[in-house]
Design a protein around this ligand. Structure first.
Ligand code: UGA
Length: 429
């Protein structure tokens, strides 16, 4: 079911409205084989359906609460479109805890015949940029319902994936989703904050993260420091979870702190540039990477959005390049100039700022970058390059935080002083 006419016709010809590796080919193949079809007519979509997946977008409003208007609209359309045999309704959208339970009553009221609907909460754990692989190799499937038969039916759909499956109640299934994303976001903010302390004390945050992560209780994943987390999920779900707690009279202070640390991290990018270049007014900044992560065209809540806004507000000129995300960014920031390739973006710029770790950037010829740049500053917002490689190319390497780029901080100075004092006392003794 797709309501937007443009998207619908694109989907019918096998094109998805965003870039996701392999997905267009998969969709086109499934359409060609008659296994997948698209419609804007809910009655056609629901004809003989045994399952109906609700995957409507659930953005958050100003206060951080999930806005369920698309979700309830889709549910109402579904209830009105079904005649005869009722499908099991599977909730894929990320919805506040309690929504799937409420959906059964909502559908009954909408269909108006008093008959029961079977609902199963089935949160999604896919990651963008490698969604197909993530689907085939996913580590768990979580389903929740008050109906045992419906749980068994949905479990049977996933049987071919041979993935561990957890069946539970509605609220628990819904909370697993929020808890997982909030925990991942917290891990990222934790390492980002630690990176600043590493810098002040002369520790190398990447080695710290690596050695910490070798402890299986901590794990290596999501300990990559950088410009902060973006996307349509982590930022939104952390805020929604914190809001959900506030609405219950509770405070998830750790989650709220993770959200705040993420905001600071974006400001830190521009702060660092100002430190290195002085006032940014009139400076030309080349920006590599607009998508919130590599292998996607998605710019929702991408660090680049905030960084561009701050740079423009300070009077800088921004020259941007991204392998896939320039069209969506052009709509948001028409005042930025968009280069046709990575090196053109750098031509004559005072500094290069990297915000998304696309493979293309990892493999970039740094000597060429040196030749094209007017200045010599490379700001690596994702710890993607080796400092030595960048310096070898005659460039100045800088990142958000990580190791002693400047004089040791006050704490380190205090410790050094006390060591000198101790030495003096020992000599005197
Ligand atoms: C996230 C979750 O990882 C998925 O499990 C979940 O299914 C999905 O949200 C969702 O709710 O639908 P996704 O938004 O695709 O997936 O992206 P992530 O891979 O989680 O990355 C999110 C952000 O964190 C990116 O901006 C990335 O650059 C950043 N990140 C990630 C770091 O800064 N450091 C890391 O170590 C990992």
């Amino acid at each position: 079911m797709e309501r937007d006419a443009g998207r619908l016709s694109a989907l019918r010809s096998g094109r998805t409205p965003f870039y996701e590796p392999g997905l267009d080919e998969q969709v086109a193949e499934s359409v060609a084989r008659g296994r997948l079809s698209f419609t804007d007519d809910c009655r056609v979509g629901m004809r003989d359906a045994e399952f109906a997946f609700l995957a409507a977008n659930t953005p958050v409003d100003e206060s951080g609460r999930a806005d369920l208007s698309h979700f309830w609209q889709a549910a109402a359309d579904l209830a009105h479109a079904v005649s005869g045999q009722r499908p099991i309704v599977v909730v894929k959208s990320t919805v506040p805890v309690g929504t799937s339970q409420a959906l059964g009553d909502f559908l009954r009221r909408q269909s108006g015949d008093g008959q029961r609907w079977c609902v199963v909460a089935n949160p999604e754990f896919l990651t963008e940029g490698n969604a197909l692989r993530a689907l085939r190799e996913c580590d768990r499937i979580v389903i929740g319902s008050d109906d045992h038969w419906a749980l068994t039916e949905v479990a049977s759909l996933y049987a071919p994936l041979q993935t561990p499956l957890v069946a539970t109640d509605f609220a628990t299934a819904e909370m697993v989703k929020y808890g997982s994303n909030a925990f991942l976001a917290t891990k990222i903010s934790f390492i980002n904050e630690l990176a600043h302390l590493c810098e002040q004390t002369g520790a190398d945050v990447q080695t710290v993260a690596l050695r910490m992560g070798l402890d299986p209780r901590i794990g290596l994943a999501f300990l990559r420091p950088g410009a902060g987390f973006g996307g349509s999920c982590l930022p939104k779900h952390t805020r929604a979870l914190a809001r959900m707690a506030r609405d219950e009279g509770l405070e998830l202070s750790i989650v709220e702190a993770a959200v705040e640390a993420n905001r600071r991290q974006r400001r830190a990018v521009v702060h660092r540039l100002r430190e290195a270049l002085g006032p940014l007014d009139g400076r030309c900044i080349a920006l590599w990477g607009l998508a919130f992560k590599p292998n996607t065209s998605d710019i929702r809540e991408a660090p680049a959005l905030d960084v561009i806004e701050m740079l423009l507000a300070e009077g800088a000129e921004v020259r941007a390049y991204d392998p896939q995300a320039m069209d969506p960014m052009r709509k948001r920031h028409p005042n930025v100039s968009y280069a046709q390739d990575a090196l053109t973006a750098v031509e004559g710029a005072d500094a290069l700022v990297l915000l998304t770790e696309w493979e293309e950037f990892r493999l970039a010829d740094l000597a060429e970058v040196r030749r094209c740049l007017r200045g010599d500053l490379v700001f690596d917002g994702r710890f993607m390059w080796e400092k030595e490689d960048v310096e070898e190319a005659g460039l100045r390497y800088m990142t958000i935080a990580g190791w002693s780029q400047r004089e040791a901080g006050a704490g380190a100075r205090r410790l050094a002083d006390s060591a000198v004092q101790a030495e003096r006392l020992l000599r005197a003794a």
